[in-house]
Unconditional design. Structure first.
Length: 277
C-alpha cells in the first residue's frame, strides 16, 4: 500500500527539500526578527496514531519509506534542518495545519504523532517537539524542525545543525519524560546575527569500534587511503576489556559532515556515528 502524499509534502518535494533557508521564499517570519514569546516545549501525552501519513509504505522521488510500527527505543544522531514561512498554514502529512510558531517537526518514518527530544550536539540545548509531518526528503537529513523549534536550538542562522533525536516513550520512568512546559535557558539569537558559539562541544564521526587493535588499524588505513584527514584511534579501557574506536574529526560544521559522509559511503562505510567530547 502506498501512502498518499499531503499538500505540504508535495510542496517540499517540488523544491527537492524541506529545510530552513534552502528553499526559495522560505525563511523566518517576514518583518519580524524574533517571536515575542517563544512557545514552551511540546508536552507529551498519549495519542492515537493519525489516520493520515502513517503509510505503512510510501514512495518519494523514487525511494520507498516504511513507517515504523512503534517509536519505542528510537534514538538517532544526524543533521536537522528547519522550515518556515513558505509552508506556514499549509497541511502537514497528518492533515494538521502547519504552524511555524508551534513546537513540531517532520520525520520520514516515525509514527505520526510521536514526541521526541532533540538535542543540539554543539551547544547542548534541548527541546521537545511533536512529530506531525513527513520529511525532510534530502540525503543525510533526519528531522525537519519548525521555525520556533529551530530558534530555541539556536540553529536558525545556520539552517542546519548536528543533533540527537530521542523518542519519548510513555512507559519510561516519570523522570525520563517532561510533564510540563519548559522555558528556554537562554535567549536565542535573532535571525541575521552571528550564531552563538558559547558552550560548544567538539563533534567527531565514529566509523568503527573493535576489540582487536589490528582490525581498528585496518579500518583506519582504509579511511586514510581514501584521503580522509584527521582520522585516529581512540583507546577506551574498562576493567574487563579494551575497545579501539576509529574516529574522524573534530567536524567543523554540517557542510563538512555532509562531505565526509559522502566520502565514507564511497568506500562502503554507511553507518557513521556522531560523538561529542
Amino acid at each position: 500500500m502506498r501512502a498518499r502524499l499531503p499538500l505540504l509534502a508535495i510542496g517540499c518535494l517540488a523544491m527537492a527539500a524541506c529545510g530552513g533557508n534552502t528553499i526559495k521564499g522560505d525563511g523566518p517570519p517576514t518583518g519580524s526578527a524574533r517571536i515575542p514569546d517563544l512557545p514552551g516545549d511540546a508536552v507529551p501525552r498519549p495519542e492515537p496514531r493519525s489516520k493520515y501519513g502513517n503509510g505503512p509504505v510510501y514512495e518519494v522521488l523514487g525511494k520507498r519509506y516504511t513507517v515504523m510500527p512503534s517509536a519505542h527505543g528510537y534514538r538517532e544522531r544526524g543533521v536537522a534542518s528547519w522550515y518556515g514561512k513558505k509552508f506556514h498554514g499549509n497541511l502537514t502529512s497528518s492533515r494538521e495545519t502547519y504552524d511555524m510558531y508551534a513546537m513540531t517537526a517532520a520525520h520520514k518514518t516515525l509514527p505520526l504523532p510521536t514526541y521526541v527530544r532533540v538535542r543540539n550536539l554543539r551547544n547542548d540545548k534541548s527541546i521537545v517537539v511533536r512529530v506531525n509531518d513527513r520529511g525532510p526528503f534530502v540525503h543525510n537529513r533526519i528531522i525537519d524542525l519548525s521555525y520556533s523549534a529551530a530558534l530555541k536550538l539556536d540553529m536558525v542562522n545556520d539552517g542546519t545543525s548536528l543533533v540527537e533525536v530521542t523518542a519519548i516513550n510513555f512507559d519510561q520512568p516519570q523522570g525520563d519524560r517532561p510533564t510540563r512546559v519548559s522555558t528556554p535557558s537562554s535567549t536565542p539569537a535573532e535571525p541575521g546575527t552571528p550564531p552563538s558559539r558559547t558552550s560548544t562541544h567538539n563533534v567527531y564521526v565514529q566509523v568503527g569500534a573493535f576489540g582487536d587493535r589490528a582490525n581498528a588499524e585496518r579500518r583506519l588505513g582504509a579511511v586514510s587511503l581514501a584521503g580522509i584527514d584527521k582520522a585516529f584511534i581512540h583507546e577506551e579501557r574498562s576493567t574487563d576489556r579494551v575497545l579501539y574506536r576509529v574516529r574522524i574529526g573534530p567536524v567543523a560544521d554540517v557542510v563538512q559532515y555532509d562531505v565526509l559522509v559522502e566520502e565514507l559511503e564511497n568506500i562502503g562505510i554507511t553507518d557513521p556515528y556522531l560523538i561529542t567530547d
